[in-house]
Design a protein around this ligand. Structure first.
Ligand SMILES: [Zn+2]
Length: 370
C-alpha cells in the first residue's frame, strides 16, 4: 500500500478532483494520521474561490493543493522522536502551524508567530509557504502528516465526525477564555445560531455562565438554541428590540460581562456596536466572526466604562485538549450536531450542501476511505 486517494484543487474555483497520490512519510517529530473525518467548514468556499482576490496578502497553498481544515482520525505511524502517541490513538489534528522557534513561539504564543499557517487552508505570513511545503496535506485525503504537538487526543466517546468540529468550537472556547468567562457570569453572543456562535453558546454553558443571551435572525433556530438549556439561555431575534435595552432589562440594568461577536463578515456593524453597548462596566468584547465593516467605536465611553475590545483567532492545542475533557465529562454536549456525511469522492456535493444547512446545528463532513 503506497498510494492514497486525495481530493485536490487544481485551479482556483469550487471543484475538487479525486487523484491517486503517494502516501506521505512522516519525519522524526511527526505523526501520520489516517483521516476518518474532515469538516467541510462554512468558509471553505470563500477560501478556494475568493481569497486570492479578497485577501491577496494571505498565502494559499500552491496548486494542486489538498485542502481540508479540520480533520480527525487514527494515528497510523509515529516518527522516531515521538513518544507520547502511539498507533491506534484517536486524534483531532489542530491545523494551526507555527515555526516553533521565533520569539513569539518561545513565549508560548504560537498563534502570534509570523509564520502562523492553517495546514490545508491558508496562512498569515511570509513564512507560510514553507509551512505548506513541510505539511502539504489537508484533511481531504486518506493520510496526513502533522507534528506530534499538533494533535488533541480524543476519548472513545467523541466520534470522528464530532471531533472534526473542534476547529470552530475551539475558536469560540479560546474567545470565551480570553474574555475571562467563569461561573456566574452573563455572556451575550451574536450570530448565536451559526457555526461559531452555537459553539460559543455551548461552551459558555459548559464554563458555568449562568445567563447566555443569544441574538440572531432565524426564530426557529433561535428557539433550538434556547432549548439547549431553557433555564440559562435567552434569545432575541435581531430587530425585535434594541439589544442593549434587552440585555439591560434582563441583568438588573447592569449589562453583560462578556460579548462574543460571532456574526459573519456580511453583517452590518450596528450589531457589533449594540453588543459593545450591552456590556457592563469592565466588560469584554471578543470578535471571532470577522466583522468586515469598520466600527465607529465610542472610545471615550470605553475608557470610562473600562470596556475591552479584543480580536481572537483560533485556539491552542491545549485548549483543544480541554474541550475533549469537557466532552468526555458530558459538560460539552456534542450530540447537538446533526451530521451530514459524504464520502471523500463526493466532496464537491458536500460543498454544495453547505448552502442549505440548518445553521450551526448541521455539521458537513467528508469521510476518506469510503
Ligand atoms: Zn514562530
Amino acid at each position: 500500500m503506497s498510494k492514497m486517494q486525495a481530493a485536490r484543487l487544481h485551479e482556483v474555483g469550487p471543484t475538487f478532483t479525486i487523484d491517486q497520490i503517494d502516501i506521505p512519510q512522516c519525519g522524526p517529530n511527526d505523526v501520520l494520521v489516517q483521516v476518518k473525518a474532515c469538516n467541510v467548514v462554512p468558509n471553505l468556499r470563500n477560501v478556494i474561490e475568493h481569497y486570492p482576490t479578497w485577501f491577496p496578502y494571505l498565502p494559499l497553498p500552491k496548486l494542486p493543493a489538498i485542502y481540508g481544515l479540520d480533520a480527525a482520525g487514527i494515528v497510523h505511524t509515529v516518527g522516531s522522536h515521538v513518544h507520547s502517541l502511539k498507533p491506534g490513538d484517536r486524534v483531532y489534528v489542530n491545523p494551526g502551524r507555527s515555526c516553533g522557534s521565533c520569539h513569539s513561539c518561545l513565549r508560548g504564543q504560537h498563534l502570534n508567530c509570523t509564520a502562523f499557517t492553517f495546514q490545508g487552508y491558508f496562512g498569515f505570513g511570509a513564512g507560510s509557504q514553507r509551512v505548506f511545503e513541510d505539511y502539504p496535506y489537508g484533511g481531504f485525503c486518506e493520510y496526513m502528516t502533522s507534528p506530534a504537538d499538533g494533535l488533541v487526543k480524543l476519548p472513545e466517546s467523541i466520534s470522528f465526525e464530532q471531533g472534526c468540529r473542534f476547529g470552530y468550537l475551539g475558536t469560540a472556547y479560546s474567545a470565551l477564555r480570553k474574555a475571562g468567562v467563569c461561573a456566574g457570569q452573563t455572556v451575550l453572543i451574536s450570530g448565536a445560531t451559526g457555526t461559531l456562535g452555537l459553539g460559543a453558546v455551548m461552551l459558555a454553558l459548559a464554563m458555568g455562565a449562568t445567563k447566555v443571551f443569544g441574538i440572531a435572525r432565524n426564530r426557529q433556530l433561535l428557539e433550538r438554541v434556547r432549548q439547549i438549556d431553557p433555564s440559562r439561555v435567552q434569545v432575541l431575534s435581531i430587530g425585535d428590540q434594541p439589544t442593549e435595552e434587552w440585555v439591560q432589562a434582563n441583568t438588573d440594568g447592569l449589562g453583560a460581562d462578556v460579548f462574543i461577536d460571532a456574526i459573519g463578515p456580511g453583517a452590518p456593524h450596528e450589531i457589533s456596536i449594540s453588543g459593545i453597548k450591552s456590556l457592563r462596566r469592565g466588560g469584554r468584547m471578543v470578535d471571532i466572526g470577522g466583522m468586515a465593516e469598520d466600527l465607529p467605536v465610542p472610545m471615550f465611553q470605553l475608557m470610562c466604562y473600562q470596556i475591552s475590545v479584543i480580536g481572537s483567532l483560533w485556539f491552542s492545542v491545549a485548549e483543544g485538549q480541554d474541550m475533549a475533557a469537557m466532552a468526555a465529562a458530558g459538560t460539552l454536549n456534542l450530540s447537538l450536531f446533526e451530521q451530514e456525511v459524504f464520502p471523500l469522492s463526493q466532496v464537491n456535493d458536500a460543498l454544495d450542501a453547505l448552502e442549505d444547512r440548518k445553521g450551526g446545528f448541521t455539521n458537513v463532513v467528508v469521510k476518506p476511505g469510503q
